[in-house]
Write a protein that binds this ligand. Structure first.
Ligand SMILES: *[C@@H]1O[C@H](CO)[C@@H](O)[C@H](O)[C@H]1NC(C)=O
Ligand SMILES: *[C@@H]1O[C@H](CO)[C@@H](O)[C@H](O)[C@H]1NC(C)=O
Ligand SMILES: *[C@@H]1O[C@H](CO)[C@@H](O)[C@H](O)[C@H]1NC(C)=O
Ligand SMILES: *[C@@H]1O[C@H](CO)[C@@H](O)[C@H](O)[C@H]1NC(C)=O
Ligand SMILES: *[C@@H]1O[C@H](CO)[C@@H](O)[C@H](O)[C@H]1NC(C)=O
Ligand SMILES: *[C@@H]1O[C@H](CO)[C@@H](O)[C@H](O)[C@H]1NC(C)=O
Ligand SMILES: *[C@@H]1O[C@H](CO)[C@@H](O)[C@H](O)[C@H]1NC(C)=O
Ligand SMILES: *[C@@H]1O[C@H](CO)[C@@H](O)[C@H](O)[C@H]1NC(C)=O
Length: 468
């Protein structure tokens, strides 16, 4: 499945017809978790507000597991509305009924519980989970997923001295229900109220911009040690530039792949992305250091005031962090971000679990079976509501979930007619899916015709039975 950022609620599905190979889950360890998802009251930006927590924590607990483990999470929904947890980046190769994606997995009704069960087969890396419906992610409900190498597979770098998860996100003080109503009524959400780091507001780096009394994140470290920082942008729509004052970020992994190791002084992290950096505490401890996440690809002075700021505190630090924040990259260099993304390379010699590429290493030899140019456009009026579209279609979730319609061969729930380019016809609402070819290779080109950054979340699943 491919969906736009939750902000825009546009999505479409790709059906790949055929039967996937089903191995045995027997033999690999099982881990069990009991989670209760409920509202909590916290004050990230100084004033009390409702957030979504898990087992009383915001952000939620970290799922710390190892390649091939079977994970069983019994989730109790104590919210007052349906909840669907999505396991971002987990490849549900055996059971897409458990992926937490709308259309294949039903939401958990308020007051009910549901047990997600999946195997993290042949995967390593840093991911996160989040509530994917009803704009709930704007209120939290997210947490980290760490998938460790099996013991027999060495890391492609020295074992870090510590493992630190960082969530960065745009944040509104309005409730997710209020924001949802605004979006439904076509009201622009405007500039966020702040940028959070690990669910906490900024350190008071500027007396005028940050009010007193905000609780901020302090990361405690020892001089000379090297830590793995796993940084996730869990926000709604804002791209963020991440940096740690005076410290290099040695990129080692992103989205479940070990990378060629390169130093960066800052990294653009778009909504939904996850990066692992090794950071060595190689600076003198004359003071604490700033950890910054600042909005990117936005252009107004209102945005310039928003910075997520945490503190890197050496155990022998001589004082507080003071002075200006480390500079962001040059905002007028529009190619900076693209060039930075292109500089990231997969380390194919790193020993790691990775999904069976089924011959896809020989990219030059691939016969492309389908080409889709997918164009998103700013919201336009369809049946009186503002809707964003992909190739002129705004996805309409059917009342019968796609997966059930397929399993029970219920005709008419969806159409397999998603166009491979923008058609010359008025925009419409439809349950229109891409008809992929089993074992084929699809080339998808995303074309952004909006005036702001659009992030996509691609999630693929194999249909076990064909409707045709
Ligand atoms: C994850 O679990 C492993 C043991 O399986 C432990 O060594 C490691 O410190 C844990 N990591 C975190 C971040 O809790
Ligand atoms: C709900 O939770 C109970 C108690 O933990 C458990 O026995 C039951 O299997 C769960 N139901 C579902 C559908 O996950
Ligand atoms: C790639 O991984 C290998 C194997 O672990 C490692 O020795 C090497 O340093 C890595 N290369 C780069 C450029 O990161
Ligand atoms: C990255 O920077 C650190 C200093 O912070 C340095 O020790 C290391 O050699 C650099 N690594 C690479 C691959 O450039
Ligand atoms: C420590 O670092 C600060 C900031 O980089 C610098 O001004 C200061 O001179 C350094 N002190 C020592 C003793 O190296
Ligand atoms: C940002 O806004 C200024 C003033 O409105 C404008 O001149 C400039 O071109 C804009 N920059 C970008 C990158 O949009
Ligand atoms: C879907 O694609 C298959 C070939 O992969 C084709 O046989 C079938 O007719 C297509 N279905 C529709 C509804 O277009
Ligand atoms: C893309 O946007 C421009 C400016 O809004 C518009 O003129 C153009 O027609 C759009 N192209 C498509 C294919 O929608």
């Amino acid at each position: 499945m491919v969906s736009g950022s939750p902000y825009f609620q546009v999505s479409f599905f790709i059906f790949v017809l055929g039967c996937s190979v089903c191995g045995s889950l027997v033999g690999d360890p099982y881990v069990f978790y009991d989670w209760t998802v409920s509202y909590l009251t916290t004050s990230p930006l100084g004033d009390e507000q409702q957030v979504i927590g898990i087992n009383g924590q915001f952000p939620g607990p970290i799922l710390n597991i190892t390649t091939n483990w079977n994970v069983v999470v019994n989730v109790k929904n104590d919210l007052d509305e349906p909840l669907l947890l999505t396991w971002n980046g987990i490849q549900h190769r055996k059971n897409s009924w458990q992926d937490g994606v709308s259309g294949t997995n039903c939401p958990i009704p308020a007051g009910w519980n549901w047990t997600y069960e999946f195997q993290v087969k042949d995967q390593i890396g840093s991911f996160f989970y989040f509530p994917s419906l009803n704009f709930q992610r704007a209120a939290g409900g997210y947490g980290g997923i760490i998938i460790n190498n099996r013991d027999v597979i060495p890391l492609p770098f020295g074992m870090p001295d510590g493992d630190i998860t960082i969530f960065i996100s745009d944040w509104y003080t309005k409730s997710h229900k209020g924001l949802r109503k605004d979006v439904e009524n076509g009201v622009d959400l405007g500039v966020p109220d702040g940028i959070l780091i690990n669910g906490l507001g900024p350190y008071r780096y500027d007396q005028a911009l940050v009010k007193d009394g905000i609780v901020y994140q302090i990361i405690n470290v020892e001089p000379g040690k090297t830590y793995r920082f796993r940084v996730h942008n869990v926000g709604i729509s804002t791209s963020l530039n991440f940096r740690i004052q005076n410290h290099n970020l040695l990129l080692v992994e992103t989205e479940g792949s070990y990378t060629v190791q390169q130093n960066y002084s800052n990294m653009d992290i778009h909504v939904g992305q996850s990066y692992s950096f090794l950071v060595t505490m190689d600076q003198n401890a004359s003071s604490d250091y700033y950890i910054v996440a600042s909005p990117w690809f936005v252009n107004s002075s209102d945005w310039a005031k928003l910075n997520g700021v945490s503190i890197l505190h050496y155990s022998n630090s001589q004082g507080l962090a003071t002075g200006p924040l480390p500079d962001p990259p040059n905002v007028y260099d529009t190619y900076f971000s693209m060039n930075q993304a292109r500089s990231i390379r997969w380390n194919v010699s790193a020993g790691a679990a990775r999904p069976n590429p089924q011959g896809s290493f020989k990219y030059g030899d691939i016969t492309v079976t389908d080409v889709y140019v997918i164009l998103n456009r700013p919201a336009e009026l369809i049946d009186g509501k503002r809707r964003t579209t992909l190739n002129g279609i705004s996805y309409l979730p059917p009342s019968t979930p796609l997966k059930l319609a397929q399993q029970f061969k219920i005709l008419g729930v969806y159409k397999l007619d998603f166009p491979n380019k923008l058609m010359n016809r008025p925009p419409k609402l439809d349950t229109s899916l891409i008809n992929g070819t089993f074992k084929g290779f699809m080339e998808i080109i995303f074309q952004n015709n909006n005036t702001r950054v659009q992030s996509y979340h691609l999630e693929f699943w194999m249909a076990m039975h064909s409707l045709l």
